[in-house]
Ligand binder design. Structure first.
Ligand code: ZN
Length: 109
């Protein structure tokens, strides 16, 4: 069974054009209905930050434009989270660590 790549309407293998929307039916498209990109791209976008988001964007934009946009957003949010961690989290950890090393120093100073 084949499907129109544009409108998703069921078409017969003999049809050269979609009866519903008139799209020319490519042999390549006819054998496989539109495949959804894997959700693993979200994981990639999250761990590689904005780079993963951009890579994922170009990888899936032909199949799923909405998902491509979401990948960019996920990559961007991930980048912001990383920056927050680097500029606030790490200095905070160092501050807490130095306080624990000399607990009496705080009171004697
Ligand atoms: Zn069609």
């Amino acid at each position: 069974m084949s499907y129109c790549p544009k409108c998703g309407e069921r078409v017969s293998d003999q049809d050269r054009y979609c009866l519903n929307c008139g799209t020319r039916l490519d042999v390549q498209f006819k054998t496989s209905p539109i495949s959804k990109p894997t959700d693993l791209w979200y994981v990639t976008a999250f761990f590689l930050n904005i780079f993963g988001g951009i890579i994922g964007y170009f990888a899936v934009k032909d199949n799923d434009q909405n998902m491509a946009n979401r990948l960019l957003i996920v990559g961007f949010i991930s980048l912001v989270l990383l920056l927050i961690f680097v500029f606030i989290g790490i200095p905070l950890l160092f501050m807490l660590a130095s306080q624990q090393q000399s607990p009496t120093g705080v009171y004697l100073a």
